[in-house]
Design a protein around this ligand. Structure first.
Ligand SMILES: [Zn+2]
Length: 195
């Protein structure tokens, strides 16, 4: 005997419908790793805001949470498009979910040097100088334009994801010495079939 009702059983018992359950099965995309050309070319602007795009952003959130990231850009799942998702709470607060379609920085202020990583460059981190505050103008999954201000980690996440949409990785912000060291290590991992 089962001790739990399914979602639809609860819905029918309550006389309500659940047209689209938030926990509906999502596609978890594998994350593209450094070395794939898609990560180093600018994405194409998003022009069509339809159900398919909304589905994509939901799948991107799911893929980001599965990889335990705080941001994910479309090129990181192999799609050369100007769209990214950010949630610095790691899924704890649904209101912290931010979709950035065609984002651009409209204002930046201050400087913070902090350690940064990237889902596409797993196992490596580096100190990157970023603005302390940024104001971003972007469109949401419905195509509505909005502005949002981020501070510290959120500002960093916005800048990191916008960089992705321009084909830029955090490695490019490191000293040549540090960057070459990481690249050499990745090359070695790739030879060993571990990348
Ligand atoms: Zn990244």
């Amino acid at each position: 005997m089962r001790d739990k009702l399914t979602r639809s059983e609860i819905a029918s018992a309550a006389g309500t419908e659940t047209p689209q359950a938030p926990s509906a099965a999502r596609k978890i995309y594998p994350i593209v790793k450094y070395g794939d050309a898609v990560l180093e070319k600018p994405g194409a602007p998003i022009k069509i805001f339809d159900a398919e795009l909304e589905q994509l952003t939901e799948d991107m959130f799911a893929s980001m949470y599965a990889a335990q990231g705080v941001g994910l850009a479309a090129p990181q799942i192999g799609l050369s498009l100007r769209i990214a998702v950010v949630d610095v709470t790691g899924g704890k607060n649904p209101e912290a979910r931010i979709v950035l379609a065609n984002p651009e920085v409209v204002h930046a202020e201050g400087e913070v040097r902090e350690e940064e990583g990237c889902l596409s460059i797993p196992g490596f981190r580096g100190y990157v100088l970023r603005p302390q505050f940024v104001t971003i103008k972007a469109q949401n999954a419905k195509g509505e334009t909005f502005e949002i201000r981020g501070e510290n980690l959120l500002a960093r996440a916005f800048c990191h994801e916008i960089d992705h949409l321009n084909g830029i990785l955090f490695l490019q912000h490191l000293s040549m010495l540090k960057r070459d060291l990481i690249k050499r290590k990745i090359k070695k991992l790739r030879k060993q079939g571990e990348w």
